[in-house]
Design a protein around this ligand. Structure first.
Ligand code: C5P
Length: 224
């Protein structure tokens, strides 16, 4: 499977990477890995079952026993639809906590790498280019100002019918950024060979076309 091409898209929450990764996968006809959804599932089930977010052994035993199915429409865990639940604020917060734990990360590494299937994979997360697919031929690091990222998340949640305050969202995004960047294991940072894109004042279309240009020049897509 090592010859199957991978494009990694890493960056902080609200940078637009989820949207860009999904559009890119669709345009290329490639598979999509939303790795954040996996951490969200682990967190949501831990909350539901009352497993402490610091109990590494309990979290790993639970995570390795889950049947997780993610497609473009839904996230199902052991047959139960958790699509909406995993986007709620308490789960976002818990996901960033479980994601800082090395045993939890190790327990879902193989599952993530198994998504590398022909004809290609677009992988969205925090450590896709640095840890999970360090050999990927194209790595993108997408960033944006924290204010703009909070506004995007706010609108996303509002469109999904979830209600949160913008100020609370801004504070929690800042806190999660800090945790993702400063954690000892797989901290959020660009891979040394990543292409950096700041999407603060760019439209989704502009970011997508920039990434497609890069994919073309890396020989990953037909040049026409
Ligand atoms: O991207 P998303 O906000 O859905 O990710 C949820 C949480 O999972 C993040 O706050 C981050 O802490 C964690 N995460 C991670 N590594 C990834 C993807 C997500 O640590 N590859």
């Amino acid at each position: 499977m090592d010859d199957v091409p991978v494009i990694t898209i890493d960056g902080p929450g609200g940078s637009g990477k989820g949207t860009i990764a999904a559009l890119l996968a669709e345009q290329l006809g490639w598979h999509l890995l939303d790795s954040g959804a996996l951490y969200r599932v682990v967190a949501a089930v831990a909350l539901e079952r009352g497993i402490s977010l610091e109990d590494d052994a309990g979290l790993v035993a639970m995570a390795t026993g889950l049947q997780i199915r993610i497609d473009e429409h839904a996230v199902r865990v052991d047959g139960v639809d958790m699509t909406r639940r995993i986007r709620e604020e308490d789960v976002s917060e818990a996901a960033s906590r479980v994601a800082a734990r090395q045993p939890v990360r190790a327990s879902i590494l193989a599952l993530q790498r198994a998504q590398r299937r022909p004809p290609g994979l677009v992988a969205d997360g925090r450590d896709m280019g640095t840890v999970v697919f360090p050999q990927a031929p194209l790595k993108v690091y997408l960033d944006a100002s924290v204010q703009v990222r909070a506004e995007r998340r706010y609108n996303q949640l509002k469109n999904k019918g979830l209600s949160v305050s913008l100020a609370a969202l801004l504070a929690s995004i800042q806190e999660r950024d800090e945790r993702d960047k400063s954690r000892a294991v797989a901290p959020l940072r660009p891979a040394p060979d990543a292409i950096l894109i700041d999407s603060t004042s760019m439209s989704i279309e502009a970011v997508l076309s920039r990434v497609l240009d890069e994919a073309r020049s890396s020989g990953l897509t037909p040049s026409t």
